[in-house]
Design a protein around this ligand. Structure first.
Ligand SMILES: [Zn+2]
Length: 129
């Protein structure tokens, strides 16, 4: 993948536009982290790179947002944190799923992609048995 500088999140959004999920991985200590930051939050090294993610993980938390965070937001929507199998976490929206209900904690999920305001965004949906 490409180096993080100069645009810290450029490579993330470029990958997302191809529906590929990536995450920062520190070359010094091997830690996965998210969101992208100038320095690794564990060892402060600035030597990190984006690497591909399989986009699979489990639900850490989930909630329903009823009040729009800004005008133009369609509510309600399902928001939560997913712990990815590679050892990083992402704040994300839950889409699809059985009956549109909120996924239970620890439910296996996988990345799904949504189009919003001309941008491709990662979202997550339950892995069907
Ligand atoms: Zn590090």
């Amino acid at each position: 993948m490409t180096a993080p500088a100069p645009g810290l999140t450029d490579a993330f959004w470029a990958a997302a536009s191809r529906r590929e999920l990536v995450r920062p991985v520190c070359r010094a200590c091997g830690r996965n982290f998210f969101t992208p930051q100038v320095a690794c939050p564990t060892c402060l090294s600035e030597d990190w790179t984006y690497e591909h993610s399989a986009g699979r993980g489990r639900v850490y938390s989930a909630t329903v947002v009823h009040k729009p965070p800004s005008p133009g937001f369609a509510v309600p929507f399902r928001l939560g944190i997913v712990d990815l199998d590679e050892g990083w976490s992402i704040l994300t929206e839950f889409v699809d799923g059985p009956d549109g209900r909120l996924p239970a904690i620890d439910t296996p999920v996988q990345v799904a992609w949504i189009e919003r305001d001309g941008r491709t965004l990662p979202a997550f949906t339950e892995v069907l048995p």
